[in-house]
Design a protein around this ligand. Structure first.
Ligand SMILES: Nc1ncnc2c1ncn2[C@@H]1O[C@H](COP(=O)(O)OP(=O)(O)OP(=O)(O)O)[C@@H](O)[C@H]1O
Length: 275
């Protein structure tokens, strides 16, 4: 499944998606995602920002397939995936999570991690997958894009890598088969500012070179502005602002924080301020 091998109308289309959770100890439901509509063009990078608890991770989990919407439909690369289990979406949707520990198997080598990612699209699952020459080549080519020398370390245990190196391996694994859509869930937020910048810049270079449509959740407002084609803002389960390249032109972090405050009456958390 490749966004570059055939023309798709949209990389992602979400129609009227709703997700409710039961309020603990009560017979009430809380609406975490409230009738969200979103279409992402092939090859485009969309940053999603928003206050804590605004529904960003819940939306990503419905796209990745770990949760199902209560209402609405989700399409990736023109294919309906609303009720498709996450393992069946692996060729379509790739996800890089915030915590480096959750993206790679520490007890396996980098090459074995790639073999596992490569086998993920089939139902077969071996704990120690065969590392074929094809997988070694795939891993080397994907890792060389980061310029961190990781392509020469594919037989090292992933557990011996630093957080930044693990996230680089994770992005390389997620993009090596050109998924229809890449989801980045605060993927550099656990790194120190210098490594976060390097991994973010390389991630953008790679997804642009491979033309992989990307939806990136971040609390770093400067990353959201600098590394995207479009910026959307979630608040209380809804998209409250959607800025394309024209709307983003000349936008500063201060402008963005001000606009959020005037729209919602609340302040937007910018993790870069805390770094
Ligand atoms: N499994 C769940 N059960 C009950 N409530 C949940 C569950 N998952 C999320 N929520 C609630 O849904 C709302 C949206 O949560 P979500 O994690 O999507 O927000 P977020 O925008 O990703 O927040 P943050 O930026 O803090 O990570 C929150 O109020 C959260 O407490």
């Amino acid at each position: 499944m490749s966004s570059t091998s055939h023309e798709v109308g949209s990389a992602l289309k979400i129609v009227n998606v709703v997700k409710r959770f039961k309020t603990p100890g009560r017979h009430e439901f809380f609406t975490a995602v409230n009738r969200v509509n979103l279409t992402i063009e092939p090859g485009s990078i969309v940053a999603m920002v928003g206050s804590n608890g605004s529904g960003k991770s819940t939306l990503l989990s419905m796209i990745a397939g770990s949760q199902r919407p209560d209402e609405g439909e989700v399409y990736v690369a023109d294919q309906e995936v609303t009720d498709m289990p996450s393992w069946q979406r692996t060729g379509l949707v790739a996800l890089v999570r915030q915590n480096p520990e959750n993206n790679v198997f520490s007890a396996l080598t980098i090459a074995e991690n790639f073999a596992l990612a490569d086998a993920g699209k089939s139902k077969r699952f071996n704990l120690r997958p065969a590392v074929t020459q094809r997988v070694r080549d795939l891993a080397r080519t994907a890792l060389a894009q980061f310029g961190m020398g990781l392509e020469d370390r594919i037989d090292n245990l992933a557990g011996n890598l630093s957080g930044g190196q693990r996230q680089a391996v994770s992005v390389a694994m997620a993009t090596c088969r050109n998924p229809g859509l890449l989801l980045l869930d605060e993927h550099v937020s656990a790194l120190d500012p210098t490594r976060a910048r390097i991994v973010m810049e390389k991630t953008e270079d790679i997804v642009r070179a491979r033309k992989v449509a990307t939806l990136m959740v971040t609390h770093d407002m400067s990353h959201a502005i600098r590394h995207s084609d479009r910026l959307i803002l979630m608040h209380r389960g809804q998209i409250t602002m959607d800025l394309g390249s024209e709307g983003k032109a000349g936008l500063t972090v201060a402008d963005l924080l001000r606009r959020f405050e005037s729209l919602t009456g609340e302040t937007l958390p910018d993790s870069a301020v805390l770094a």
